[in-house]
Design a protein around this ligand. Structure first.
Ligand code: CTP
Length: 391
């Protein structure tokens, strides 16, 4: 069981309705062994009293910049003592202030003065969350300040609308904090492919595979939280890129192959999660092909990227090669054959009949040494951790 024993967490609470969940989060942080210093914005005090968080954290709660009793340099001392800053909830206004480096109140001053890792759990109305100004602020904090975000979930919001913006549950935030602080993949470089490839026939038609990209993105997110240096090579999907990963957008199998080859030499593992199209049109027509000629398209095979890597690194101990296979029958037989044919170390395989909607999955993980494990129904994030444990 991972714990936060010996860790001092500076927990920021800003002013949104989700502030009521910060009490439970504070309790979970304490329970896992952390010491917790709470700093609240004045607006947060409209939603939950400092007294509640003071009782749960066992320390006086800091709110105001001036007129306190704890010493004049509180906004410098508090960040200096902390190992990690966790903001939950993080409102749109707080994020905007941090993205522009403002220090207009105690909580933003403390954040600006804090040099360590910051994890934030945004919570706000969907329109506020999707507003380009907020998106830009999130990107700024992600790319230039290295912040990690625990994405808000979708559902019914306090304002009555339905959409993304609800703060992640205290349990999920805790899980991310634990994963984040358990940096067992530090110094490891992991290349992950995700989503489908798209092979253009003409300007309006293409050949592709079904793939949401969710498993690959979950892998990238968990790997990154566990300290790995992640290169995510993604076909077209409608998912937000995970924080702090190098993301390379590709379209075709050939583009994906080139990106993989450009990054795999010093990688510790390559996880081929993408649903690569096996064939592509011999050439892409510049003009739309008319219906009568459409059945004359010549297809040529795409390179098998995983098999190419298996060949390239046949006698090398790294990168570890992990593939995926969706089958309709003979799971074990097909997976064993793919391990051999592609020179892979691991094949994560599932039956199409077991393919589950959304974030759940059920797979069998086959290793080249003959070991295998059946997972039962688990989340894609849990699957990601099982796979990463093999690296
Ligand atoms: N793969 C790849 N390049 C391809 C096709 C597949 O790298 N051109 C990888 C996939 O990313 C996956 C693994 O190989 O990790 C297995 O994919 P799958 O489609 O099951 O393999 P195929 O060789 O296409 O076998 P099948 O005949 O079952 O489609």
């Amino acid at each position: 069981m991972k714990s936060l024993k010996g860790m001092h967490v500076l927990m920021g609470v800003t002013g949104g309705i989700a502030a009521y969940k910060s009490a439970e989060l504070c309790r979970l942080l304490k329970k896992s062994g952390a010491t917790v210093q709470i700093v609240m914005s004045e607006a947060a005090c409209q939603f939950i009293t400092p007294l509640t968080l003071e009782a749960l954290s066992g320390r006086p709660v800091a709110v105001q910049m001036f007129g306190r009793t704890q010493g004049a340099l509180e906004h410098i001392d508090m960040p200096t003592e902390a190992d990690l800053m966790l903001i939950a909830p993080a409102t749109a206004d707080y994020l905007a202030r941090c993205a522009t480096g403002r220090a207009s109140d105690l909580i933003s001053s403390v954040t600006l003065a804090f040099a360590g890792p910051v994890i934030a759990a945004p919570a706000m109305n969907t329109n506020m969350y999707t507003n380009p100004a907020t998106r830009r602020n999130l990107e700024t904090l992600r790319h230039y300040h290295g912040w990690h975000f625990v994405e808000p979930t979708s559902g019914e919001l306090a304002c009555g609308t339905v959409g993304q913006g609800r703060m992640a549950s205290p349990q999920d935030i805790m899980a991310e904090v634990l994963a984040f602080t358990h940096r067992d993949l530090a110094q490891k470089k992991i290349v992950i492919t995700a989503g489908p490839t798209v092979e253009d026939i003409d300007p309006v038609r293409y050949i592709s595979n079904r793939s949401s990209g969710k498993t690959g993105y979950a892998l990238a997110k968990r790997a990154q939280l566990r300290g790995a240096d992640v290169v995510l090579i993604s076909g077209p999907v409608s998912l937000a890129p995970p924080s702090n990963c190098q993301i390379i957008h590709v379209r075709s199998a050939l583009e994906m192959e080139a990106a993989v080859l450009a990054h795999c030499d010093d990688a510790d593992a390559v996880v081929m999660c993408a649903a690569v199209a096996d064939y592509r049109p011999a050439s892409k027509a510049d003009e739309k092909i008319k219906k009568p000629q459409l059945n004359q398209i010549q297809l040529v095979p795409n390179p098998d990227i995983l098999a190419g890597l298996g060949e390239k690194y046949r006698n090398a101990s790294t990168p570890k090669l992990i593939g995926f296979a969706l089958e309709t029958e003979n799971l074990k037989q097909n997976a064993t054959a793919k391990l051999q044919q592609k020179g892979a170390d691991v094949i994560v395989s599932n039956l199409a009949a077991d393919a589950l909607e959304g974030d759940m999955t059920k797979v069998t993980i086959f290793e080249s040494n003959g070991d295998f494990q059946e997972t039962g129904i688990i989340t894609k994030a849990e699957l990601a951790d099982l796979i990463l444990n093999l690296i």
